[in-house]
Design a binder for this molecule. Sequence first.
Ligand code: 13P
Length: 254
Amino acid sequence: MSNRSLFIAGNWKMNKTATEAVEVLTALKENLQKFEGKLEIAVCPTFTSLDRAVQTVKGSNIKIGAQDISDKESGAFTGEISAQMLLDLGVEYVIIGHSERREYHNETDELISKKAKTALNAGLKPIVCIGETLEERESDKTFDVITKQVKGSLNGISSEEILKTTLAYEPVWAIGTGKTATPEQAQEVHQLIRKLLTEIYGEKTAEEVKIQYGGSVKPGNSAELMAKKDIDGALVGGASLKPDVFNDLISNAL
Ligand code: 13P
């Protein structure tokens, strides 16, 4: 059996100004202190809040992550943000390939694997997202889609690097809809992901990799989801925006 500890991360998406982010993180820092040593916690605010976010949580058990990164190291790429820029701020994690980026910015598995590689090369820890749409689920393509996304998004990532990488299974139909996958539906896909990791990296390594579930995770369902064998944490959108709600979600998950 593995000794994977829980990893719960908040994805704030395009919410909160830097001023608001500081307010929420100040409250969270106090609320979540009691969980020190019990799990890993990260919050991923928008780029403009990252600098102040890192300063605000300094010395606490909250880590800061970004929501995207360029696949390039530097150069003439107007509007892009590099791994080195994030690292310099004290950012530790970066979400890569979120379904909203796959959908609205046409991000492909190939680009996502490049971004993951760039992040890892710089020393950032990627959270690589995968997940099927409602249409894909209803036409029985979930396993095919997940297999293709896992293999494509992790292309070129070594055994050593996968240990610094977290995967996040986020069924697109469960994001922001209030519809959560049942713990059984989620576990079934997490088990498939673990099997694919075993095929690529071998059992010992695959057992160490954390796989988060994301999609309408709330205080009311975090316990039953986290109780599943291959679910090692959560990537939380809406419920991470309010300190009390995020606190309850984590508390119930433990
Ligand atoms: P919700 O928790 O708001 O459904 O969002 C999930 C998500 O997309 C996290 O990355």
